[in-house]
Design a protein around this ligand. Structure first.
Ligand code: GYE
Length: 331
């Protein structure tokens, strides 16, 4: 969907307000909990954090397509990796009086003020993809996204199985954006499973910001400075694809000389799993759009929604017999 100009946005607000039979106030209304008519078109303002990875691009496309499928008017803003841009976008959604704000927060901290402003305006907020750390959790209506702790645990469980019979396992970790939920929890879940087994040592850990270019840069540097690497645990596919380029440039075989464990499940990573260059892909689905639109419409109708909605996900690895038949991922 094309981004709307301000007049077009205001037009949408007027239309939906008329359909709902309520008076349009240009200043935020404190009472949006009035019942809406059956033909009310839900307006969602979505603050996307950026386009750092194939996962993120697929997530954005899915959200736009899901809004069209659901007949939701979507105002989509891409914050280009800056929290202040996300805060500005949320303030503009409040000024436009959208029905629901959906936020994919780049980091966990720093949302108190702007979410209090949304509440003041009577606009419910859905968290999409990443979580936030906030004292008053009633400032958002619900969370739709993966269980990142479980993803980290799944990565650890794969390694436990792969390392059967090994005496010592030296691991390097390329982590996601500092202060983001997936980076924090993927690190914790992985360590939780391996702790207590002193064969495993994380000998180097660095943040690659979920970017392919940083994954490659870090891996080039790691290969020069860290000895005897057995395993790369990378928090997303984009960084993994960059790191694999570095490993191959160094004349090593990814998947054999270095065991590769990655998270997301982009098509590019699944293709390398099929070629034996990646050993394990922990799925984190980017396809959250339908769920977001469904919950946004339910909120607009004043219905209760679940606090947490986790999509069902799986692990793809060299231990699966049907790796060659993994269906196309779509991103
Ligand atoms: O793993 C990564 C993206 O927040 C779950 O962000 C998301 C992560 C995903 O850039 O590829």
């Amino acid at each position: 969907m094309k981004r709307k100009s301000l007049p077009a946005l205001l037009g949408l607000v007027v239309l939906s307000a008329l359909a709902a039979g309520v008076l349009l106030l240009l200043q935020p209304s404190a009472d949006k909990a009035e019942p809406v008519s059956a033909d009310h078109v839900t307006i969602v303002g979505f603050s996307q954090l950026g386009s750092e990875s194939g996962w993120r691009v697929g997530n954005s496309r899915d959200i736009v397509a899901a809004a069209e499928r659901a007949g939701v008017e979507l105002i989509f803003n891409n914050a280009n990796q800056k929290q202040e841009n996300q805060i500005d976008a949320i303030r503009s959604f409040i000024a436009y009086q959208v029905d629901v704000i959906a936020l994919a927060p780049i980091v966990e901290e720093g949302w108190e003020n702007v979410l209090a402003e949304a509440r003041e305006a009577g606009i419910p907020v859905l968290l999409s993809d990443r979580y936030i750390n906030i004292a008053d959790e009633s400032l958002f209506a619900g969370y739709i996204g993966s269980d990142f702790l479980e993803e980290g645990r799944a990565a650890g469980r794969f390694l436990l199985r792969k390392a059967q019979g090994c005496d010592s396992v030296r691991i390097v970790e390329i982590a996601g954006t500092e202060g983001s939920t997936p980076a924090r929890q993927r690190a914790i879940g992985f360590r939780e499973v391996l702790s207590g087994d002193d064969r495993f040592r994380i000998v180097h850990s660095v943040s690659g910001d979920f970017l392919r270019s940083r994954g490659k840069e870090h891996m080039l540097n790691i290969l020069e400075t860290v000895e005897d690497i057995d395993v790369l645990y990378s928090h997303n596919d984009a960084m993994t694809l960059g790191a694999i380029e570095a490993i191959e440039e160094a004349g090593l075989l990814p998947g054999r000389d270095i065991i590769i464990i990655t998270i997301d499940g982009e098509q590019g990573a699944i293709d390398l799993l099929k070629q034996g260059k990646i050993n394990c892909v922990v799925e984190c689905t980017a396809l959250l759009g339908d769920l977001i639109m469904d919950l946004a419409q339910r909120l607009t109708r004043g219905e209760e929604i679940p606090r947490i909605s986790h999509p069902v996900e799986q692990v793809f690895s060299e231990f699966d017999t049907d790796v060659q038949n993994i269906p196309p991922r779509g991103y």
